[in-house]
Write a protein that binds this ligand. Structure first.
Ligand SMILES: NC(=O)c1ccc[n+]([C@@H]2O[C@H](COP(=O)([O-])OP(=O)(O)OC[C@H]3O[C@@H](n4cnc5c(N)ncnc54)[C@H](OP(=O)(O)O)[C@@H]3O)[C@@H](O)[C@H]2O)c1
Length: 323
């Protein structure tokens, strides 16, 4: 039996839909009853017999931070797609990020080992890659370096990935994908883009590595059924500047608005101000130096390796935006 963690999330729900199209109904991990609705809505938009298909899903309630509940979710499981994770760019979420993305992944891979799981497909992130500013092209071989500033999210995803590599050394058959910003229906980034539709005019000049959700799902599915193991694959179709992305998205929705750059100094001023507010005990901070710097870096994240392992081509980002 297949287990999908994070089935109620953006990537997990699209995976559930993809599997249902093939008449595969896995065990879906969830935390809150109401969030099953994310999967239901997607099924409803895709299938004429949505109800019938939805009822075939086996739901198991578990939290990555709670080993007994996670252990119970593993009963009879032979294959795992690990799509659960916590996404936050805020410094104040550091503990939660490490608990879910790093420690939760450690629990998960240990359970994979103790349940003799045949294959794990693990969703990491490009945040877990090395980001030495002297490299203009980043790929799977770019080494992680602790000397470059990184966000708590990056540390948590890197820590999670290290747990998977450790488990692979202990005999787990696993493969890792590192998607860039995933675009598609109901993606987390849509919430940010909504602000532009409502009139936000500011952006930063850095590059964003983008990929279509359907491509991510396709690759994950291929990897699960392949003999490929002990590899990591960056999933990035194209690298766009924030300005180009926002202006193209606005154009696609018939908004004719120019976006402007936020001066880097202003963000560092806010960062310093937030430090002061935190020291005064008023509120914990959001900004990190790493987050600000990353928004001004021009680099290419290369997603080509996967194409030499499986028969696959990325779909163009403009097609996703304008279709
Ligand atoms: N979206 C992207 O652009 C992107 C890019 C690269 C990598 N990723 C990685 O892909 C993974 C999924 O991302 P997403 O976009 O699908 O995020 P999402 O929409 O926020 O979904 C996250 C999923 O993880 C579950 N989850 C969160 N905390 C959990 C916990 N403590 N125990 C069990 N489940 C928990 C959530 O369950 P609830 O419904 O109960 O909250 C939800 O199902 C993350 O690990 C993220 O780092 C995402």
């Amino acid at each position: 039996m297949i287990l999908v963690t994070g089935a109620t999330g953006f990537i997990g729900s699209h995976l559930m839909c993809h599997l249902a199209q093939k008449d595969i109904f896995p065990v879906a991990m969830f935390r809150h009853e109401s969030n099953k609705n994310v999967v239901w809505k997607l099924f409803e938009s895709q299938f004429a017999n949505a109800q019938e298909r939805f009822e075939k899903i086996t739901w198991r309630k578990a939290d990555l931070r709670d080993l007994p509940s996670l252990g119970a979710a593993f009963e009879g499981i032979s294959h795992v797609y690990h799509c659960a994770g916590y996404i936050s760019l805020a410094h104040r979420d550091v503990n939660k990020l490490l608990e879910i993305n790093e420690k939760g992944s450690a629990y998960l891979v240990d359970l994979c080992l103790s349940h003799s799981v045949k294959k794990l497909v693990y969703v990491s992130s490009i945040a877990a890659l090395g980001n030495d500013p002297s490299f203009t092209v980043i790929d799977e071989s770019t080494a992680w370096d602790n000397n470059t500033d990184k966000s708590p999210y990056a540390y948590s995803k890197y820590g999670g990935e290290m747990e998977v590599w450790r488990a692979m050394q202990e005999g787990l058959n696993a493969v890792i994908v590192n998607p860039g910003i995933v675009l598609g229906k109901d993606s987390p980034i849509e919430k940010i883009l909504e602000r532009y539709y409502k009139g936000l005019r500011w952006t930063t000049p850095g590059t964003n590595a983008l990929v279509n959700i359907q491509d991510v799902i396709l690759v994950m599915n291929e990897l699960m059924h392949s003999k490929i193991k002990e590899e990591r694959f960056i999933l990035v179709a194209e690298n766009w500047t924030g300005k180009a992305l926002v202006e193209t998205l606005l154009k696609a929705r018939n908004f004719n608005r120019r976006v402007l750059f936020i001066p880097k100094g202003l963000l560092f001023f806010l960062w310093a101000l937030e430090h002061l507010i935190q020291v005064l005990g008023i509120r914990k901070r959001f900004f990190t130096r790493a987050l600000i710097s990353s928004q001004y870096e021009q680099k290419t994240i290369a997603g080509g390796k996967i194409k030499s392992f499986i028969d696959f081509e990325y779909s163009p980002i403009t097609r996703l935006i304008f279709d």
